[in-house]
Write a protein that binds this ligand. Structure first.
Ligand code: SF4
Length: 395
């Protein structure tokens, strides 16, 4: 009953997303990696551009590191894109560019965990593999009234087991229907994002002669319900297709579930960046390997331990002399994992060039017209845009 309610609801309410118009495992893989930690509306233009620029696994495998980072610029969590390329290179070398079809082979690729392997295998190949992400955890803990913390090992395995039962149930219901199977949306890419044509009232695709990839749609229905209806706060239970089966709704416990306990307190960190200009060029540097945002570009900056450290002192420590003037730029606030970061920035105009050792250590000089050729971290992209706007407006 739960399975058919979910499938019927998905058939009529699924968002028409471009990666739902294909069963190309490569395109689905890219969408799943981009969607980790990132909302659908943010991912849409990135996915479209990526697929246009790098339409095949071979193209990704052979792309330069600069190219893949530039295409990912703004999505954050850049380890994802490096793993994507490593995996593409393995697929090209070991499988002549053909995406693997079994769960274990997919799981063995860099950057792919149990959730992503299950998502790709179910969505691209309609295999009965379960998925469990934040949205699915929320739906399942509420529907089944599970009060334990879902991050605890036992509860987590219980949830994986429930997700598996559901997708197996969908698989059985699919196998009772005649083939061929189809997806909710036409397979040909279409310009723009048109809404799906609604199924006749009361007649979801699950009821229409097998026109459904049941495993794919069951998994996607759980994610979609969590994203559109069963929201973390104020879930829309009155329009929910599974409300009659939902323990949390019946027992008025939707606010209590899932029981995620108290979040670790966020840690505040303060950085000071210097937008150093000399004869129309700016000093920028590339972050090294094995640090957060590795390979991304930034203006020279330093973490200020303790509020008392002044920007001028930090500049001197970093560059070896006191600047004549520090012009404050807008403060950029952002979060990375549990850190709440404040980035104070200052523009420094140099009359003389930096001494050689400093210039070599600190990075490279780039004109504002070239800012678009490198991939900045999100916070430093804001500084770069601010500088470009300032220069273009003649301020
Ligand atoms: Fe979530 Fe409410 Fe639906 Fe239960 S009835 S699954 S709590 S939206």
């Amino acid at each position: 009953m739960l399975v058919s309610a979910l499938l019927d609801w998905f058939a009529q309410n699924a968002r028409d997303l471009p990666w739902r118009r294909t069963q190309d495992p490569y395109a689905i893989w890219v969408s799943e990696i981009m969607l980790q930690q990132t909302q659908v509306k943010t991912v849409l233009p990135f996915w479209e551009r990526w697929m246009r620029e790098l339409p095949t696994i071979e193209a990704v495998a052979k792309a330069s590191p600069d190219k893949i980072h530039k295409l990912w610029e703004g999505l954050g969590y850049y380890t994802r894109v490096r793993n994507l390329q490593k995996a593409a290179q393995i697929i090209l070398k070991e499988r002549e560019g053909e995406f693997p079809k079994t769960f274990d082979e997919v799981l063995a690729l860099p950057g792919i965990g149990r959730y992503t392997a299950g998502a790709i295998c179910s969505i691209a190949f309609n295999q009965p593999m379960p998925i469990l992400d934040g949205n699915v955890v929320r739906v399942l803990t509420r529907v089944f009234g599970i009060a334990q913390d879902p991050r605890e090992k036992e509860t987590n395995e219980l949830l994986w087991g429930l997700a598996e039962e559901l997708v197996n149930g969908a698989n059985r219901s699919c196998s009772l229907l005649p083939s061929p199977q189809h997806t909710v949306f036409p397979q040909k890419p279409s310009p723009g994002l048109r809404p799906p044509s609604p199924a006749p009232a009361g007649e979801g695709l699950a009821r229409r002669g097998g026109m459904l990839n049941c495993c794919s749609h069951l998994n996607q229905s759980l994610m979609e319900l969590g994203a559109l209806v069963c929201a973390p706060r104020n879930p829309q239970c009155l329009i929910c297709p599974v409300k009659k089966l939902c323990v949390a709704f019946k027992e008025n416990r939707t606010e209590e579930l899932p029981n995620l306990g108290k979040r670790a307190a966020a840690t505040a960190r303060r950085f000071v960046a210097f937008v150093v200009e000399h004869r129309g060029k700016f000093l920028v540097r590339q972050r090294p390997e094995k640090v957060v945002n590795a390979h991304m570009w930034e203006f020279p900056n330093v973490e200020a331990n303790g509020n008392a450290t002044s920007a001028a002192e930090l500049f001197k420590t970093h560059f070896g002399f006191l600047p004549a003037e520090l012009l404050p730029l807008p403060v950029v606030k952002h979060s990375i994992t549990r850190y709440r970061i404040t980035l104070e920035a200052f523009r420094v105009s140099l009359e003389k060039p930096l001494k050689k050792p400093h210039a070599r250590v600190m990075g490279t000089w780039l004109s504002h017209a070239k800012f678009d050729t490198v991939a900045f971290t999100a916070a430093h992209k804001k500084l770069a845009n601010f500088e470009v706007n300032r220069i273009l407006s003649g301020r």
